[in-house]
Unconditional design. Sequence first.
Length: 297
Amino acid sequence: MFVFSCDNHNKNNFKLAEIERFEKSFFEYELDSIDNLISDYPFLFPSQFSIQDWINIREDELRVEIFSETTEIYQDQYLIQNLSKLYHNLKNYFSNFSYPRSITLNNGVDYDYRIIYSDDMLLISLDCYLGESRFYSEIPSYQKSKMNKNFLFRDIAEKIALSFVKYPKERQFINRAIYYGKIMYFIENALDFEFLKVFKYDNDQINWLNKNEKLIWTKLIENEILFSTTNIYYKNLILENPYSKFGTQLDYQIPPMVGKWIGYKIVESYIKTNNKNILDILEMDEYELYLNSNFNP
């Protein structure tokens, strides 16, 4: 049922993670042993579903094909090595981080819940990271372009980092933008992910942002967005969308999550201006960081 790493350290001298391949256990189990599986993983079997419901999923042809594609793409050792490196790096910055119980599964390609993390458990829906898969034909293109192997560990890193960095009390746009900017800066510089992978941008998108940084900043100021607490700006400019939405004809050109990108640029400016390290900025008040950032696009 379980696939474990050994307890020894690997050649890079860090502790290896342990992986539980639940999707293998589920799709390969004998039908008469499902009660044992439910007993081992009660949190993955909501009580509103009957045993027959789970058996139906187990025997559904499409779900079996998705499982088969998952096992072809994700080998145990690949998952163990990459999770081990990530956990090791997180532990270097968050002393109270402990390796969570790490469980892979197939969730029916529900990409809204591709990664779930609590203090002691990480659920990884591998069927949401299959790449150019025919199973994604009904998913919006801006979402499915990010549902591949390249973003799996980046998404895990973000989910865990979010839980260790305190969310701002003030709900002004600038505070929330800088909060997420901190996370992006941390993932890139502390966890060693490439900038484009951190933001899920392509070269054209980042080139556009670099050329139009002053334009974006001006729009935030002219539209009185910086200090607004209106959630619509959070949804349109920080959360994932096909593009960032200011309500102008220019919107279709503006890459998504421009608020996170602006927050990142402010954090970057603060660190350069004040010669601070990453842990310093993670604990800082966002508005104080902004005032002392000397950010001037």
